[in-house]
Structure formats: C-alpha cells, structure tokens
Design a protein around this ligand. Structure first.
Ligand code: NDP
Ligand code: 2IT
Length: 444
C-alpha cells in the first residue's frame, strides 16, 4: 500500500467521528500523492504525514456566561494549534451552533497549507465555540466573549498563536475579546487580528478575503484570455466574505446577481445593491427578506438555490459543503467557466471532481480565500513595527500576494504534469514549504 493510503486509513480509523476533518485530509493527501511518491521512503521514515495530520495540541473548554434574564448559559470553546513549523499558529475563531472538534480540526488543518501559500510566516490553527451570536444583545455577546477569552487567553500570544474572525466573529466580537485579553494580561500586543482601526487593526483587513478572492479570480481569467468585465457572477453567503467579494466584482465590471444566508437566497437581476446588503447584514443584522422588501426588482426564495442561476463565474462564500454534486452539474449545464472558493471547503469532493472533469477552472479555498489571513499577517507586521500602512499600501500587497499564489499553484500543477489542476497545485505548493521546515526542525 502506498504511504499516503496507509496514513489515510490510519487517520480514518482514528477520527471516525469527524467527517469534515476526514474530508479535508482526504482531499489534501490524495492530491499530494505525486509529491509524496517522489520522496516516499524519506517521508515514511520521518512519519511526516502522521505528524502533519495530528494537531500539536487542542484545547476544549467550558464557557459560562450570564444572559439578559440572569440565566447562566454554558457553551463549549475550542482552540486547535495544528502546526507551527513556519510561524506562530494563525487562524480564525468560528462562533456557530454547529461548531465541534471535527469542524475546528478541518479548518485548522486547511489553514496550515493556506497560510503557507501566502508566503508569509504563519502556522495553522483554528478555534471557536458552539455559541450563536444571532439574536443576542451586545451585552450578551460581550459576556460570552469575555468568558471565552478568560480561558483562551492562557494559550495565545502575539508570537504564539494569533486568532482572528471567521463565521460569527466580526469586529464587534474581536473588540470584546481584545479588551478582555488586555485586561487579563496587562500587555498591549497584537494577539488578535481583524481589530478595529482605532486599536491596532489594519486598513483593508475587513475587505481582504473578498477582495483577494476577486484578485485571484481576475488573474485566472486573465491567464485564460478573459476578463471580469461583463461577466455574470453568482455568490453564496451574505457575510464578510460575500459582501466584499460582491463589491470588488462590481468594481471590476462584473454583475453579481445572487447572495444567500442560512434561510434563503436572493436573485437580483439588476445586480446586488451592496450598500443595501451591508445595511441589512452589517448594521441591522437582519434576514435577507429585508433586502428583498427594500428592492422591488429582487426575488427572495426560501432554502438554497444560488447555483441554479445561469452564470459565468460561481463564488461560494458561505460555509462548508454548500456546493454539492447536483449543483456542480447545474453549473456545468449552464456554461459556468470558473468556480473559486471564498469559503472553506464549500465544494464536496465529488462536485469538485465533476467541475474539473467538465472543464471548469476550479480554485479551492486554500488558495482563493487566503487573502484574509494574508492581510492578518500584514496586520501582525504593522503591530510589530507599531506603524499603520495606508489602505492602498495594504491593498496593493494583498493583490500581489494573490497574483503570486495563482502563479505558484499553476506552476506546481505543471511541475507534476497536471496543468490546470489548481487543487493539486495549491496542496503541493502549500505542503512543500511546511514539509521542508518540519524536516529541518527534527522530530518535534
Ligand atoms: P460571516 O459570519 O460574516 O457570514 C457567513 C455567511 O454564510 C452568512 O451569510 C451566513 O448566513 C452564511 N452561513 C453560515 N453558515 C451557514 C450554513 N450552515 N448554511 C447556510 N449559510 C450559512 O462569515 P464569513 O463571511 O467571515 O465566512 C464565510 C466563509 O468564509 C466561511 O467558510 C469562513 O470560514 C470563510 N473564510 C472567512 C475568512 C474571513 O476573513 N472572514 C477568511 C477565509 C475564509 P446566516 O447569517 O444566516 O448564518
Ligand atoms: O479561514 C480563514 O483563513 C480565516 N477565517 C481568517 C484567519 C485569519 O487569521 O485572518
């Protein structure tokens, strides 16, 4: 049996109750096969893949807090420090009722390769809690965040592990967490990214994941002799990534006709009104029905359905496993040319294969959404030198990073005779740097 298959079997047996983690590991290891086979004996002896698929450590803790009725609530908090071969652990905090060990582990595992692809010195980690910020008052969110950080604060630090936002964690939550860390530790350090601009945040971090997604998509189109101008784009999600992806796509001359949340989706043939979407989602924290109510030409549909809309480009920006095999078939039938993932693992493995086999240019999340964490690393740099860069400076660095990622993954795929397989290219390019660092640092 090949070394990859051997390790895959072991990982499956050991983590049988964590389907998302197994999905992420399978996707990565299968596509690393050619790179592993070239060094199989050495990697096997060093147990490189066993070490790569086992987190350095994982914390799971109780988060008690008091709601507005005086009732004590208890949530479960997580932080998984996966791999710090190339830099301090880095990755977001997800606050969503679905959060469990397997989900945080899949996100932390993917973060290792994504962070490596940015070319910046950041390792992989992820955390969060099964807390649902929806419908909570600001005071309740603060109470939760303070209790969460009271425990998390023991394990993180600006040179150790630097969390950030993810689903359910935005500027408000990061602010409360930063305040509590500072109070407990008494130090003013860049321990979190995605901070507000008045206390160490970076310009363009809010926009970075969505903008970065469009920079790499634009480069992909350009390298195939196409442009974004006049293209019809479908986007899922209506959060941080989706909003700024929509904004940048429109700035590039494309028309974005959909968005979605966990209850329904919008088809807006005139093109999504970003200012209205921001008002509904960022200010009012309301449902998309409010968008439709304020926009006569837009249709609201219950459930899921954005992938049924005819488009040139599809950008999944909500959550994992939201683009399934039937959606892939519909996209292909409708003539979709490119799918680039703003979310983490939004496309199932069979759907990914179907898209690739049917000539759709497909860039996975580890490459396509790396602009967020890359800009987080730029925030860390600014915090270390106690300076802030202009929006244009950060944005132009972000753009260059995304263009570099495109060419690195394209080159890696070509090196292994798989031109156009950007999934393989990303996994291999991300892996190579981490593997080299791990081997150089000995058995740790
Ligand atoms: P937000 O919380 O800002 O927005 C998430 C959006 O996705 C919301 O519209 C939400 O709808 C929808 N959504 C979440 N969970 C589900 C679900 N189970 N089913 C259907 N819809 C859902 O998160 P982000 O925009 O920050 O994150 C979106 C994705 O991008 C995630 O996969 C995240 O890991 C990834 N990502 C984020 C980065 C960042 O910098 N923020 C960086 C790189 C990747 P509703 O409001 O109804 O829940
Ligand atoms: O999935 C991700 O890359 C993020 N949620 C952003 C992580 C970060 O540290 O900015």
């Amino acid at each position: 049996m090949s070394y990859v298959d051997e390790v895959l079997e072991r990982v499956k047996a050991k983590n049988a109750s964590e389907p998302e983690f197994l999905q992420a590991v399978e996707e990565v290891l299968e596509s690393l096969k050619p790179a592993i086979e070239a060094n199989e004996e050495k990697y096997r002896k060093e147990a490189l893949l066993e070490r790569l698929t086992e987190p350095d450590r994982q914390f799971k803790f109780r988060v008690p807090w008091v709601d507005d009725n005086g009732q004590v609530q208890v949530n479960t908090g997580y932080r998984i420090q996966f791999n710090n071969a190339i830099g301090p652990y880095k990755g977001g905090l997800r606050l969503h009722p679905s959060v469990n060990t397997g989900i945080i582990k899949f996100l932390g595992f993917e973060q290792i390769f994504k962070n490596s692809l940015t070319g910046l010195p950041i390792g992989g980690g992820k955390g969060g809690a099964d807390f649902d910020p929806k419908g909570k008052s600001d005071r309740e969110v603060m109470a939760f965040c303070q209790s969460f950080m009271t425990e998390l604060g023991k394990y993180i630090g600006s040179d150790v592990d630097v969390p950030a936002g993810d689903i359910g964690t935005g500027a408000r939550e990061i602010g409360y967490m930063f305040g509590q860390y500072k109070k407990i530790k008494g130090t003013y350090e860049g321990v979190l990214t995605g901070k507000g601009l008045s206390y160490g945040g970076s310009l363009a971090r809010t926009e970075a994941t969505g903008y970065g997604l469009l920079y790499i998509t634009e480069e992909l189109m350009k390298c195939h002799g196409e442009s974004m101008e006049g293209k019809t784009v479908v986007i899922s999600g209506a959060g941080n990534v989706a909003i700024y992806a929509t904004q940048k796509a429109q700035q590039m001359g494309a028309k974005v006709v959909t968005c979605s949340d966990s209850t329904g989706w919008i088809y807006d043939p005139e093109g999504i009104d970003v200012a209205l979407l921001k008002e509904v989602k960022e200010v009012k924290r309301a449902r998309l029905t409010e968008y439709a109510a304020a926009r006569p030409g837009a249709e609201y549909h219950e459930g899921r359905g954005v992938w049924s809309v005819k488009c040139d480009i599809a950008l999944p920006c909500a959550t994992q496993n939201e683009l399934l095999i039937d959606d892939a078939k519909q996209l292909v039938a409708n003539g979709c040319k490119a799918v680039c993932e703003g979310a983490n693992m939004p496309t199932t493995i069979d759907a990914t294969k179907y898209l690739q086999e049917n000539g759709v240019w497909f860039i996975g999340g580890k490459a396509a959404n790396a602009g967020g964490v890359a800009t987080s690393a730029l925030e860390m740099s600014q915090n270390s030198e106690r300076l802030s860069w202009t929006f244009e400076e950060v944005d132009s660095k972000l753009k260059q990073i995304m263009i570099n990622i495109y060419h690195n993954i394209d080159d890696a795929a070509k090196r292994y005779g798989e031109e156009g397989n950007y999934v393989m290219g990303a996994n291999i390019a991300g892996f190579e740097k981490v593997a080299e660092a791990m081997l150089a640092q000995g058995v740790v």
